[in-house]
Design a protein around this ligand. Sequence first.
Ligand SMILES: [Mg+2]
Length: 301
Amino acid sequence: MKNHHDDDEEEEEEENVVGLPPCALKNFEEVLVEADNKEVLVFLDYDGTLSPIVTDPNKAYISEETRKAVLEVSTRFRTSIISGRSVDKVKNFVGLPHLFYAGSHGMDIEGPDVGISGQTTATGTTNRVKHRPEGLDQNEAAGARDELSERTAGIEGVTVEDNKFCCSVHFRNCKDPTSVDRVERIVREVSDERGLDVKRGRKVFEVRPRVTWNKGNALDYLMSVFEVTQKTGFPIYLGDDKTDEDAFAKLRELGCGRGVLVSTKVKPTQAHYSVKDPTEVLEFLRLLSRWGKSRDEPEGR
Ligand SMILES: [Mg+2]
């Protein structure tokens, strides 16, 4: 396994950031202090959270032990994966089909039947969770993706990834530092022309439609699907990148749950806690399962 902690966040961020939020492992009891008597919900980003950031985005595999830990957590708490990738791709990576998935930065949501009232069909077919924001058009991303692939084809180290409703332009493998500016110019031009949004992440430009929907909305939507409110639910969200900040912000707005930033670098964040890397995420998930077990099966009963 190869870790790339080097210069992932090359942009200088706002100055008034003093440090990372407190460690979620060292303060584990405190993270869960408000979760008592509430339904704990687990939301996990994929890249850089469950899997290490790797050179080839098509090889961002999750380790067997992490998969096992996610499975374990999902037997106690409703667990959702919220990723920038397409649902199919991230589902394939995680390999746990019973979870809830929100792909394309939360725009494309699907999951198993949760028995939503009024949605049972006469034929008894399962009513899987399925949601996309209104006005979402797959063709927008497809068009941009094709043009971006074409226009960046001559730049070494650039790959354009199809995320169904959005696309990612990866420049992690650009050896020539001047190509990043070229890539950015192309990405901004194409997106502007096509009325799409651009967000810069860890060595990637995320191009997505201008629908008002992000990972925070996906979290909110899934909570409503689970019929959980701020009073009855305790969502925990783990993520490492800028798009995850929308989910951290949502938790702040709702005034419930806790956000955990996965980072070794100090950066502005709305998360309440932090862990360093996917290895610490694994540790956190294990602690969470243990916590759930002791809650469900108190000693001496
Ligand atoms: Mg990520």
